[in-house]
Ligand binder design. Sequence first.
Ligand SMILES: [Zn+2]
Length: 167
Amino acid sequence: MTFDSPFADLLEANRAYAEAHGTSHFDGIAHAGVAMVTCMDSRIEPLKMIGLNLGDAKILRNPGGRVTDATLVALVLSVSLLNVKRILLVQHTRCAMASSTEDQMHASLSKFSGTDTTWMSLGTITDQEKTLRADIHRVTSHPLIPDSVEVGAFIYNVDTGILQPVS
Ligand SMILES: [Zn+2]
C-alpha cells in the first residue's frame, strides 16, 4: 500500500474489513426482492431504515432520489434479472435539492467553481409529492417493467426516521 495515497486511511480500513469478510459469497440478486431509489444524502441508511441487510436490495442513489434515465435502466435490470418485485421511491425532508431553486443552486455552484454552471441541468425539486407521483408514473408506464411490480412513493423524515407513504 502506498502511504501517500489520498485513500490510504480508507484502504487501511478496508484491509480490516476484508479480514472479517471471509471468502464465501452469495450471488448479486436482491434477496428480499426490494429496490430503493433514494437521495445521496448522508443521513439516509437505505437498508437499515426498512430492516434489510447486505444482499437484500438494490439501492439506487442520486441527488434528490429522482427516477432518471439511468435509474430506469437499473430498475429494468432489477425486475428482469435480479429478483426485484417491489420498488420504493424515497425522497426526504430537508433535502438540498428540494430547498433551493435551480437558479439558487447554480448561483452556489458558480460561486464555488468560479465559472458559469448553468449549462448543466441539476434537477432541483419544487414539489416533492408531485415529483414522486411523476416518478411513479415514469416507472409504472415503462414497457419493460411488468404490472406485477409494486411501486411506492415515500418521504423519509431525517429527524424522526419515519418513512411516510405518499399517495
Ligand atoms: Zn436529498
